[in-house]
Design a protein around this ligand. Sequence first.
Ligand code: BT5
Length: 248
Amino acid sequence: MTPAPVLLFDQTDSTNAEARRRAEAGETGPLWIAARRQTAGRGRRGRAWESDTGNLFATLLTTTRKPPAEAAQVTFLAALAVADLLDRYAPPSLVTIKWPNDVMLAGEKVAGVLVESGVHAAGGLWLAVGIGVNLAHAPAGTERPATALAQHLSADVPAPPSVEVAARELAGCFAVWMERWETLGFQPVLDAWRARTLGLDGPATARLGHETIEGRAEGVATDGALRLRLADGGLRLISAGDVFFGEG
Ligand code: BT5
């Protein structure tokens, strides 16, 4: 599958917001919208994404005929694509995924994924698959520690890729997973994702709005939802929320 073209802006509010505006104006993509800087980069649930120059901010605008429940699987493709990109520059053993959408480098967050969607007036579901990767620097003072690719380069790699190169390579890595997903279905994607994801079989705490649920992760269901075993023996399937893995 040919990677979608990349449009690189010097600055925008948020590449996801730009993708949404274009989708609402009828654009279907596929198109990657990237920016060197975002003035209003966003994470999930209204949180902010630190977006200073030097890091990668990119959103794939695309349109699918898949039902919304299946379309949500793109978040897994995005995490795998970022992991493959990082493997080229950092020791692959340091690159892991944290359910559902964080990519970690040496145990600290290096990238996040934010998928938004809506219905085109002419039919079909648009998807905005937003990806932020800390190439050059990591913000200080985040709730959980953050890192950047520049801090963990492989011995033979002198510098992280430029934003242009990283955007192009990310588009290529994503296209590979998109093709597997479209031709083989979700199972092989989920298997590859599971192989890179840590913490799926230990203590975990899920925060869902105001509710906090303690339990033990027991892997993921066939749709990628986290299986959380509760103290009373019950099982909760968590498909969205913040989950902290490990003790405390
Ligand atoms: C995410 O949200 O991890 C999704 C981030 C998606 C960002 C991309 S950039 C391109 C596109 N355009 C956008 O406007 N967004 C997407 P979440 O899981 O909610 O994590 C957000 C939390 O991570 C924040 O509350 C901070 O604690 C922390 N954080 C903020 N900026 C960070 C950074 N650059 N690196 C690591 N952690 C960060």
